[in-house]
Design a protein around this ligand. Structure first.
Ligand code: 13P
Length: 248
């Protein structure tokens, strides 16, 4: 049985002080959660988040990371910097990073390989635009994103990967994919992992859905055979809502 993973992507929200306050508010609400609970604040808030999460069952992840070890890469964050803080998870290839910061499948793959080399678990984001869905290429596109992201990744590493299927048209729009649409693409991803590796690897990998997940729709989404939790934006910024999702 795969564990459900509820991860909050806080995006560019919350100051360090607000980060501490939100984690303190969330901690008692999720202390008995069966699901794994991860919060991903922006880089400057990570030390505050790690501090606030000490002694709780809340895990902390980063929203991005660079693929080089160190050097002249102004503004970037290395895997070692995250590890030094005690961070174990990192979101890679979010559609907002692909759209606004020129991330490509190739840079996502380099980051995924670096994450595994260093012992971080990547949360790899994939998903189609509305135009691509209407063109009927969702499965092809998502399969291509998954295949490139996992180039050079071993089966053992793949088993410890989290893939988040996030249709771009459902992000921040309040327009959730239907349960059937979400399950269909998550199954496509699992089948693709089975083809790339083997079915044991596909059974082990965690596949989340993301895109307007909220306290009302999370239980039904997470009950699907191939949906192992959610990557949550807006609703993860409210302790009450995210705790319902974390307990779904
Ligand atoms: P929303 O939950 O705000 O739609 O954001 C989803 C997302 O992009 C999570 O990474």
């Amino acid at each position: 049985m795969r564990q459900i993973v509820a991860a909050g992507n806080w995006k560019m929200n919350m100051t360090p002080s607000e980060t501490k306050a939100l984690i303190s508010e969330l901690a008692p609400l999720v202390k008995d959660a069966k699901n794994k609970v991860i919060v991903c604040p922006t880089a400057v808030c990570l030390p505050a988040a790690v501090e606030a999460a000490k002694g709780t069952n809340i895990l902390v992840g980063a929203q991005n990371m660079y693929f080089e070890d160190k050097g002249a890469f102004t503004g970037e964050i290395s895997a070692d910097m995250l590890l030094d803080l005690g961070i174990k998870y990192v979101i890679l290839g979010h559609s907002e990073r692909r759209q606004y910061f020129a991330e490509t499948d190739e840079t996502v793959n380099k980051k995924v390989l670096k994450a595994f080399e260093k012992g971080l678990t990547p949360i790899i984001c994939v998903g189609e635009s509305l135009e691509q869905r209407e063109q009927g290429v969702t499965a092809d596109l998502v399969r291509m994103q998954v295949k490139i992201a996992l180039l050079g990744v071993t089966a053992d590493q793949a088993k410890n990967t989290i893939i988040a299927y996030e249709p771009i048209w459902a992000i921040g729009t309040g327009k959730t994919a239907t349960t059937e649409q979400a399950e269909e693409v998550c199954k496509t991803i699992r089948d693709c992992v089975c083809e790339l590796y083997d079915c044991a690897t596909a059974e082990a990998i965690t596949i989340q859905y993301g895109g307007s997940v909220n306290a009302k729709n999370s239980a039904e989404l997470f009950a699907q055979e191939n949906i192992d939790g959610g990557l949550v934006g807006g609703a993860s910024l409210k302790a009450a809502d995210f705790s319902v999702i974390a307990n779904s």
